[in-house]
Every structure is written in C-alpha cells, then in structure tokens.
Design a protein around this ligand. Structure first.
Ligand code: HEM
Length: 195
C-alpha cells in the first residue's frame, strides 16, 4: 500500500515541479524583454517579474522538486529491485540533468535581478525547451521501462515535438519582427510630423 501512496504523491510532485519549470523560463523571456521598454515601465516590469520568479521558485518549484525526490526515495526503498533496471539508470541520469536545470534557473534569476544576465528573450525561448524534452523522455522511460519503443511511432512523436518547438520559435520571431517594424514606422511618422 505504501508504494501506491509514494507513487501518487510522486506524480503530484512531478506535475507541480514541471508547472514551475515550464513557467519560470517564460517569465525570464518577459524579464529579459522588459529591458527594451522605456523608463519607468522597464523598472516596474523588472521588479514585478523578479517577485513572480522568486515566489514561483521558492514556493512551488523547489518544494515540488523535494516532494518528487522524497516520494521517489520512498518508492525505491519499498522496491529496491527497480534500482537494478537499465530504464531506471537512464531515468536517474535525466533527473540529475533536470535538477541541474532547476539550480541553473536560480542562478539566472540572480543574474536577471542584478542586471548581469547576458541572455536575451530569444535565448530564453530555446532554454524553455529543455524541460519539455526531458519531461517526455522521463515519462516514456517510467511508462515503457525497458521496452522503450524505437519504431516509427516514436520517431513520429519526436518529429512532432521538434516541429512544435520550431513553430513556437518562428512565431515568436515573426511577432518580434512585426513589433520592431511597427516601432520603426511610428518613429518615422513622429519624425515627419515634427519636421
Ligand atoms: C528523483 C528521481 C526519480 C526516481 C528514483 C523515480 C522512481 C520512480 C519509481 C520507482 C516509480 C514506480 C515505477 C512503477 O511502479 O512502475 C516511478 C514512477 C513514475 N515516475 Fe519517477 N522517479 C524519479 C523522478 C521522476 C521524474 C522527474 C519524473 C517526470 C518527469 C518521473 C515520472 C514518473 C512517472 C510518470 C511514473 C509513473 C509510471 C507508472 O506508474 O507507470 N519520475 N518513479
């Protein structure tokens, strides 16, 4: 019975942890792009994003990561044999990378707060894809275990995820270019009006 309790709360932890890992880099995109705004909008937006990032990281992401790991420890203590399985070794390797990503987010938060971050909104859009890819891999490993399918279906799913990520990036680029063009045009109009 304990095993089911651990598994249930392992899943609850995962959902909350990944909600944060998907949303925090999105906030980084807005935070980095706030630098392009004129004052006082720039300072107001930056301090607001800083508060949102800090709360999301400390109140949701970190406790959820700890819950996921604590429940996982419960699972492997109840069924120690899973630790001998190759799928579990692959899963643990992915989890180490995800925990590294989680901590790297904290570093980026500090850099953004101190105005020392070199990454642009576009960099953060790519950075945002990392947890998505690992989320899919880890869930596939947890469900299929040692029978991870490698047939056409899998490659179809991989192609779909990659195309989706590329489409998001291209859409964001199109919107950014349209915004820049509109800004140049309105500058031109203002220049004509004043001359
Ligand atoms: C901290 C490292 C982790 C360990 C040691 C671990 C271990 C385990 C174990 C032993 C199970 C039960 C397997 C079964 O009963 O079939 C499980 C289930 C599961 N884990 Fe993890 N896990 C970890 C992290 C994660 C993460 C980060 C994710 C998601 C990205 C994840 C997704 C899942 C899913 C979806 C299940 C349910 C699988 C099923 O019932 O078929 N795990 N985990």
């Amino acid at each position: 019975m304990a095993y089911y309790w651990f598994k249930a709360f392992h899943l609850v932890g995962i959902v909350c942890w990944f909600a944060g890992m998907f949303y925090l880099p999105r906030l980084f995109v807005y935070h980095a792009e706030a630098n392009e705004q004129p004052e006082p909008a720039r300072s107001i937006l930056k301090s607001q994003y800083q508060i949102m990032e800090k709360r999301l990281y400390s109140i949701i992401m970190t406790p959820a990561m700890l819950l996921t790991v604590a429940m996982a420890i419960g699972l492997v203590t109840t069924e120690p044999d899973v630790l001998k399985q190759p799928w579990m070794h692959a899963k643990l390797a992915c989890v180490v990378l995800l925990i590294g990503y989680h901590h790297y987010c904290k570093r980026l938060m500090k850099q953004l707060a101190a105005d020392e971050c070199k990454m642009t909104g576009q960099h953060f859009r790519w950075f945002n894809e990392f947890p998505t890819v690992f989320f899919i891999v880890v869930v596939m490993l947890a469900v299929f275990k040692n029978n991870l399918p490698t047939d056409l279906t899998v490659w179809g799913i991989v192609a779909m995820v990659i195309s989706f990520a590329i489409a998001i990036q291209l859409y964001a680029r199109k919107r950014r270019l349209a915004k820049e063009r509109a800004a140049v045009e309105s500058d031109g109009l203002l220049g004509n009006a004043s001359s």
